[in-house]
Design a protein around this ligand. Sequence first.
Ligand SMILES: Nc1nc2c(c(=O)[nH]1)N=C([C@H](O)[C@H](O)COP(=O)(O)OP(=O)(O)OP(=O)(O)O)CN2
Ligand code: ZN
Length: 122
Amino acid sequence: MYRLTIHTAFAAAHNLTHYQGDCENLHGHNWKVEVSVSTDSLDKAGLGIDFKILKKETNDLLKTLDHKYLNELTPFKEISPSSENIARHLYGELTRIFSGRGVKVEMVTVWESDFAAASYYE
Ligand SMILES: Nc1nc2c(c(=O)[nH]1)N=C([C@H](O)[C@H](O)COP(=O)(O)OP(=O)(O)OP(=O)(O)O)CN2
Ligand SMILES: [Zn+2]
């Protein structure tokens, strides 16, 4: 098996819901996003999937979050936009996007600072 990983980022505002403390107030992060996919076969160029495609699909998805107030977006109207829930949302969307394209989304990790990250995988 091969595992391919890309890093990218987005900036957004949020506030945690059902949370008592500073983070229940509006604030923002520059989230870093790490996406890992796996594949058991390579194309003739020796690629599992072109990193350019992986980055483009991920960045297109992140445009739906970038410079937005996450709490107002449909995926986070009912659930708190924590790093955990952002990672799970991205995992689900990327799994749908890459369905039938020969790769499995393994894990999405979302870093809300240099020191704290949440990952989602199944
Ligand atoms: N498990 C999680 N814990 C927390 C999350 C989260 O998404 N998952 N999110 C937050 C808040 O979003 C908050 O903005 C976190 O900011 P952070 O930099 O960790 O907080 P401080 O700047 O106050 O850092 P200190 O190290 O505590 O000074 C909170 N928790
Ligand atoms: Zn926060």
